[in-house]
Design a protein around this ligand. Structure first.
Ligand code: G1P
Length: 282
């Protein structure tokens, strides 16, 4: 039912300079896989098979990553290294990838609106690859959890988690009425509030399911925080006229937009995925 996912990937990744001078931050590897591929795998597990990327200048490596590299495949065919390409090859074979450019950086809301022609008129997911999410083996990924909720409620949903009060200025923060454990109906939403202005400590993390009426709302949303068109403001408008849910997901999230979060995620994947797989192969 949710078949499409949008990845806004036009950001510069300045926190990772000089690493991101000539390379998109989304291609930085967590162990041996680019950050963005983890996001695509999470969405694919949720039943999504059409991927749209809102890119920008200097981001062509992302397109190349989701395309076949004949030379490389030819080189390693029949060697022990073929296995290393299986995960990306499977994604390429079973999904479509489309790209469009956001030529000016005017905020996340504007980036999502730029992806409109890739999404069309159906509900869709949005993944911010910087927010790297993991769930214990055998449990639903975060987007799978959200798609299940969408089937039940048929309205926009944002993923949230509790953050320390002194970090609210990094996130969109919600207030809502509790519907059941971990599920809120949004009554207020503020983009990057200082702790004294934050309506709660429930912060939005980079997983959204949006109904397509959001595009028209974004078109009519004035620039907000930092002079940018904020998806948070558009969602508040949608919540006021209908319903938007906030879902406290099961799982763990790493802020890979920061060096600390990136290193933590790397250590986590190394210990919990890489070493375990190596052990299994023995
Ligand atoms: C964006 C959103 C913010 C959200 C965050 C999650 O901010 O604007 O509401 O909480 O992603 O990572 P950014 O981190 O792009 O500044």
């Amino acid at each position: 039912m949710i078949k499409k996912c949008l990845f806004p990937v036009a950001g510069y990744g300045t926190r990772f300079l000089p690493a991101t001078k000539a390379m998109p931050k989304e291609i930085l590897p967590i162990v041996n896989k680019p950050l963005v591929q983890y996001g695509v795998e999470e969405a694919s597990e949720a039943g999504i098979n059409e991927f749209g990327f809102v890119t920008g200048r200097g981001k062509r490596a992302i397109e190349d990553h989701f395309d076949i590299s004949y030379e490389l495949e030819h080189q390693i065919a029949g060697t022990g290294k073929e296995d290393l390409l299986t995960s990306i090859r499977d994604l390429i074979n079973n999904n479509t990838f489309a790209f469009t450019r956001q030529n000016e950086m005017k905020g996340l809301g504007h980036a999502i609106l730029t992806g409109r022609n890739l999404v069309g008129d159906s509900p869709f997911a949005v993944v911010l690859a910087d927010d790297f999410c993991v769930t214990p083996e055998g449990e639903d990924g975060v987007l799978t959890q959200m798609v299940k909720l969408y089937k039940q409620f048929r309205c926009s949903i944002v993923a949230i988690e509790e953050v320390p009060k002194n970090e609210t200025h990094k996130y969109g923060v919600i207030a809502g009425e509790t519907m059941k454990d971990g599920l809120y109906r949004i009554t207020d939403m503020v983009e990057k509030p200082s702790p004294d202005k934050a309506p709660s400590n429930l912060a939005i993390i980079g997983r959204y399911i949006l109904t397509p009426d959001i595009f028209e709302i974004i078109e009519n949303t004035k620039p907000g925080k930092n002079g940018e068109v904020q998806i948070t403001d558009a969602l508040l408008e949608q919540a006021r006229n209908g319903c938007v849910l906030a879902y406290q997901f099961r799982g763990k999230r790493f802020d890979c937009g920061s060096i600390e979060g990136f290193v933590e995620a790397t250590n986590y994947v190394y210990e919990n995925v890489y070493l375990k797989n190596k052990e299994k192969k023995k």
